[in-house]
Design a protein around this ligand. Structure first.
Ligand SMILES: Nc1ncnc2c1ncn2[C@@H]1O[C@H](COP(=O)(O)OP(=O)(O)OP(=O)(O)O)[C@@H](O)[C@H]1O
Ligand SMILES: [Mg+2]
Length: 459
């Protein structure tokens, strides 16, 4: 399994590995182009000193002199023109050297083996313990010419340093890997928590507690995630409530339709009773049809995908039409109607606004007793249109007032049952008004009456 943890650790180690290779190549290039000529020059001077000192003091024993010099940290090779040779100091890893080189040095030339050492990417000539990687110079021994080859004994000169640097490098690598292992765990931990939380949400458990206090991107992700989980939980609760409300609203008319149709089938009834039961069945089915219409409206409004089909029309005329349409019901209750509706053109969705006035007027009619009164006003100023629906009906209690725009909320349950309400009218009304960037307010006092104010912006 490729975990994020493993991935980060592996990547870091790979990065360390690659960067050390690149660093090695770069420092090697630095040696080849800058350090090598300098090194060659330095050792040439050193060899020169060795030769000059001997030639100025020919009485000293050459073997002893070279042995002593070698002990100071050099590898030395001495050869004469007959091919007799001797090594001093640390042994060469590769003792081969071209006879031509020896001949040239015997002939008086200086051999720059260090500067000429072949440069390859992975070979740092500095460490190459080969006879060709030396400085060669002629040396006069008792009137005879010898060739002297010298290179620093890296092992001797740098042995402690080498151990020191090796330990330093090894410890750096080991500690880096250890720290990467630990720190990666710290980075990955909140992601593991988040993954577990997502799994929980997928299983339908929305109550999660993410204890991530970090302020970086992962911390932000965790806090947004918690917020999202809370919102989903809320939405889920609303959905369940909505479904149970819908089922309940459907259940009661269905039960009465079932009950009355059974009675009609099984019992002997007078024609009047029969008509009465049939009219109940018709009423209940109409109620269900209305409910499903309201639900469909809500669903389409909820989508909110710019469904407004705006046009210019006279709202006063539209409200009057609603009065005509509902005439039978307010005449039936003997309600006094007062209208102040000056002709006013508005740019809005005609069908949806029609529903707003219908919902408000049917509410006023429904919740006002016989002989009451309803008044409607329409006003406009520079900024907005204001429509007021006022009745002197039963009113709404202060506890119920904040809830009346909630879906399925009905203040007076018993009365509503009789009136065939579903409690969706005002929710739809509010939604439509808000889609037009407007506002709806209510004032009400129990037993005195209710007033709804609708404000719609002029543009
Ligand atoms: N004019 C009013 N006077 C008194 N109470 C009202 C008035 N308008 C609304 N209400 C209260 O607010 C509740 C919610 O109204 P809403 O229009 O949303 O639902 P409804 O009229 O009961 O049902 P529906 O409109 O879906 O048929 C009503 O049940 C009623 O209790
Ligand atoms: Mg209503």
């Amino acid at each position: 399994m490729k975990t994020l943890y493993l991935r980060i650790v592996m990547t870091t180690i790979l990065v360390m590995f690659v960067s050390s290779i690149i660093a090695f190549i770069l420092s090697n290039a630095y040696y080849q182009y800058s350090l090598k000529p300098y090194n060659d020059k330095k050792i040439t001077e050193m060899t020169e000193d060795i030769v000059t000192f001997y030639e100025n003091n020919p009485e000293i024993n050459l073997k002893g002199y070279l042995e002593n010099t070698a002990e100071l940290g050099y590898q030395i090779y001495l050869v004469d023109n007959q091919g007799r040779d001797a090594f001093y100091g640390g042994e060469f890893g590769n003792k081969e050297i071209h006879p031509k080189v020896v001949q040239d040095v015997l002939g008086g030339q200086t051999y720059h083996g260090i500067a000429e050492f072949p440069s390859k990417v992975f070979i740092t000539g500095f460490f190459d313990n080969q006879l060709i990687n030396t400085i060669g110079m002629p040396i006069n021994v008792g009137g005879e010419s010898y060739a002297l080859f010298v290179r620093p004994n890296i092992e001797l000169q740098f042995s402690e340093m080498r151990i020191f640097f090796s330990i330093l490098l090894l410890l750096t690598i080991l500690l880096s890997i250890l720290l990467v292992l630990i720190s990666t765990r710290y980075i990955v931990k909140p992601i593991v928590k988040l993954t577990e939380a997502t799994k929980k949400i997928a299983e339908g458990k929305y109550l999660i507690h993410l204890n991530v206090k970090r302020r970086d991107e992962i911390g932000k992700l965790a806090s947004h995630f918690s917020q999202m989980a809370k919102n989903i939980a809320q939405l889920e609760e609303m959905r369940q409530e909505f479904v149970s409300n819908v089922s309940h609203e459907i259940q009661s008319p269905l039960a009465s339709i079932q009950g009355f149709s059974q009675t009609l089938q099984t019992e002997k009834l007078s024609p009047e009773q029969r008509d009465h039961y049939l009219s109940i069945i018709e009423y209940e089915s109409r109620r269900m049809s209305l409910l499903s219409k309201q639900l469909l409206t809500l669903a389409s409004l909820d989508k909110e995908e710019d469904i407004l089909e705006k046009s210019s029309f006279d709202v006063a005329e539209q409200i009057k039409q609603v009065f005509v349409m509902t005439e039978w019901s307010w005449r039936d209750k003997d309600l006094a109607i007062e209208m102040d509706l000056p002709s006013t053109f508005i740019y809005a969705d005609q069908k949806l606004l029609h529903q707003v006035w219908t919902n408000l007027l049917t509410n006023s009619i429904k919740f006002t007793d016989n002989g009451g009164s309803i008044s409607i006003h329409l006003r406009k100023d520079e900024k907005e249109f204001r429509v007021t629906f006022k009745d002197n009906g039963m009113g709404i209690s202060q506890q119920d007032l904040p809830n009346i725009f909630t879906r399925f909320y009905k203040a007076d349950k018993s009365r509503n049952r009789k009136e065939g309400s579903s409690g969706l009218g005002l929710a739809i009304t509010k939604k439509i008004v808000e889609m037009h960037d407007g506002q709806i307010h209510v004032e009400s006092q129990l037993g005195v009456g209710t007033t709804f104010h609708i404000h719609l912006p002029r543009m």
